[in-house]
Design a protein around this ligand. Structure first.
Ligand code: K2U
Ligand code: ZN
Length: 168
C-alpha cells in the first residue's frame, strides 16, 4: 500500500470533474487500498480520488469510532435526498485548519459499486450523509468552502497560498 499526497486548496486540480470507472479491476482495488491508507493516516473520515489527483469516481469513508468500518463507493450516485436540511460544521483534508458551517439534506440514499464491481445501496443520515455528499462534491470538482461567502473564500485562498509560500 502507499500513502498518497493530498492536494491543497486552491489547487486547480481540485476542480476537475472525475470520470466514471469503466471496469472495477485490480488497479482500482489498489487505488482504494492506497486511498484508505491515506485517509486513516491523515486522519480523516472520508477521501475522494480527486483529492489525491486521480480523477476517477472513487470514494472511501469510515465514520466508525473503532476505525474499522471502511466503506467503498465506486461511481456513487445520490438516488434520493431528503427535503429536510441540516447545518454541519465541516472540514476538509484539502483545506487544512478551516472549519465552517454548511447546510445539506440530512438524509440521502446512495447507489454505488463496491470493490468487486457489485451494485450496493445505502440509506445514510447524520455524519455519514454529510460525508458522502462532501465526497461526491469532490468528484464533481467542488470544495466545501465554495458554499461560503465570497469574502470567506478569498480569505481562505490567501491564507492557504501564504501557507504554501512559507513552506517553499
Ligand atoms: O473530504 C475530506 O477532506 C474528508 C473530510 C470528510 C468530512 C468533511 C466534512 C464533514 C464530515 C466529513 C475529512 O474527514 S475532514 C476531517 C473531519 C473529521 C471528522 C468530522 C469532520 C471533519
Ligand atoms: Zn474534503
Amino acid at each position: 500500500m502507499a500513502k498518497l499526497d493530498i492536494l491543497t486548496y486552491p489547487d486547480p486540480r481540485l476542480h476537475k470533474v472525475a470520470t466514471p470507472v469503466a471496469v472495477v479491476d485490480d488497479r482500482i482495488r489498489q487505488l482504494v487500498a492506497d486511498m484508505a491508507e491515506t485517509m486513516y493516516e491523515a486522519p480523516g473520515i472520508g477521501l475522494a480520488a480527486t483529492q489525491v489527483d486521480v480523477h476517477e469516481r472513487v470514494i472511501v469513508i469510515d465514520v466508525s469510532e473503532s476505525r474499522d468500518g471502511l466503506m467503498v463507493f465506486i461511481n456513487p450516485e445520490i438516488v434520493w435526498a431528503s427535503d429536510n436540511r441540516k447545518v454541519w460544521e465541516e472540514g476538509c483534508l484539502s483545506v487544512p485548519e478551516v472549519y465552517d458551517r454548511v447546510e445539506r439534506p440530512d438524509r440521502v440514499k446512495v447507489r454505488a459499486l463496491n470493490e468487486r464491481g457489485e451494485t450496493w445501496e445505502i440509506d445514510a443520515d447524520d455524519l455519514l450523509a454529510v460525508c458522502i455528499q462532501h465526497e461526491i462534491d469532490h468528484l464533481d470538482g467542488k470544495v466545501f468552502v465554495e458554499y461560503l461567502s465570497p469574502l470567506k473564500v478569498n480569505r481562505i485562498k490567501s491564507k492557504l497560498q501564504k501557507r504554501v509560500r512559507s513552506r517553499m
